[in-house]
Design a protein around this ligand. Sequence first.
Ligand SMILES: [Cu+2]
Length: 162
Amino acid sequence: MKHSLPLVLLALIGCAAPAWSAGMADQVSVIDPHVRQAPPGAKVTGAYMTLRNAGDRAVPLVTAGSVAAHITELHNHINDGGVMRMRQVKEIVVPAKGEVMLKPGSYHVMLIDMKAPLKDGDTVAITLGFADGSSKTIDVPVKRPTAAMLPKGDMDHSKMKH
Ligand SMILES: [Cu+2]
């Protein structure tokens, strides 16, 4: 019977391990992630996706990281006296049994000072870190922005006669 205590401890550790790994990251699924292909010469771009939370508690996304950029930040667009500006945010909360969209003009993951140009067809690994320390790494395809996403006059010039 003297050996029963260590066995109990082992059993507790054995039970605790799956609970630890089954953190907030496992509650969240990532839908349609994509990185916008930056214009030539630009060293910043945004990553967009929908985060869906299957759990019954809110999940704050608190970090994003990528080897493709020297700095990766969580951003939001805010209306500052009529001017839309980007601001770094501490967290993007995915509501319980709900979802949050990271999209142009709203929340996004900002890739700053990219190490190499990303082009349509490339894939970028992005690690999303949540408030409980759990994380999820996703492979995100790079997509050329559609004409609707570009400012007027910034269309594809290749078909124009000069
Ligand atoms: Cu930004």
